[in-house]
Design a protein around this ligand. Sequence first.
Ligand SMILES: Nc1ncnc2c1ncn2[C@@H]1O[C@H](COP(=O)(O)OP(=O)(O)OP(=O)(O)O)[C@@H](O)[C@H]1O
Ligand SMILES: [Mg+2]
Length: 387
Amino acid sequence: MKNRPVRSAKRKAVKKYTPRKDELKNLADFTSKNPRPSLCIGKGGTLLYANAASLPIISDWGKKIGDMVSREWGELIKEVLVSGIRENVEVECSGRTYSFVMVPVKKASYVNMYGSDVTERKRAMERLTAAYAQLQEAQSQLVRAEKMNVIGTLASGIAHEVKNPLATISQGLEYLSKNINSKDENVNSILNYMEDAVKKADGTIRGLLDFSRATALDIKSENLNSVIEESLSLIKMQSEKSKTTVVQDLDKNIPQIEIDKSRMQQVFVNLFLNSIQAMPDGGELKVKTYLRKLVKRSVIGVASPGVESAIEIEEKSIIAEIVDTGKGIPKGIADKIFEPFFTTRQGKGGTGLGLSIVRNILEMHEAGIEIKNKEGGGVRTTVIFKL
Ligand SMILES: Nc1ncnc2c1ncn2[C@@H]1O[C@H](COP(=O)(O)OP(=O)(O)OP(=O)(O)O)[C@@H](O)[C@H]1O
Ligand SMILES: [Mg+2]
């Protein structure tokens, strides 16, 4: 049958093969002429052999046969000899990368190293990894944009439908509170509960409308410090109630910026309220503004990858920094806080729309935001406006 080895009945006596002298020389040349680098390094790290292709590497090391390569190499060779297991190492030389497989020859106490130039493969791999990361980023942006679109449409639809009946209920409750004459004590407290519930629902609806509002911005040249001061006055009641000390460190010399004042107030009010809510037993809310030349592009962090490209290296920017001494952002949720309806304040009036509104408004202004826990507790929020 074909493809089947046929065993001969009797094993023939094999004549021992002795290579000729020229054949021996060819065999010896085999390694030295190999276009791939081959090295042999002895137990203590001494370079015992290097073929022609590895000359650039050893000259880059500044070594010749018989030299000790380095202490690190000595240690690595020892490890490979002791373990008896092949190892792969990468060697950088004059902008190229060589991958070597280290083959221990235990009996002779040296390690043979067979290399190949993997520079192009590595570069291609790096390009591929970068392209993959970009693709993932683009995909998540698309998904986010689509999600926001759907939520926005849905939200504004529902909000409009619910807003008017809520207004009717609210007016009805007001009328009843004033005109009801009942001896039952529970009636008044039930009416109060109902009013609170309606207010809460109304707040949620307002948030939804804000979130889905895609109206054009009313851009004017404004002073950011004034916007911040006005926003602080809007939350004065809450900050006093929660015993929050407000500290202002606003740089008078920052230039005017082009923003929609009322939308920007919304941003700061949301951020201030988040800080106040994170300090239920009081604390310090510090607001600072300053002018800065951005030195790196790490600006947006988790906030809004879409905006990242809007802020270039070395661009001048105005920074508003809000620092609180609250409990900080709980572990593991940092990448979710900007998602619509994400809240850790369920049952405490949190709709989870605050930061998604903040993000939308800042994106419309091509501004960036970064929210991070700071060392020693609390949160630092950085809002960046490019000039
Ligand atoms: N300064 C902060 N300190 C601690 N956690 C914060 C801070 N800012 C935001 N967070 C966290 O991010 C979550 C989302 O914030 P976001 O403003 O979107 O919603 P919310 O404050 O929970 O609800 P809403 O803003 O609708 O009242 C919060 O529930 C909280 O867990
Ligand atoms: Mg909030």
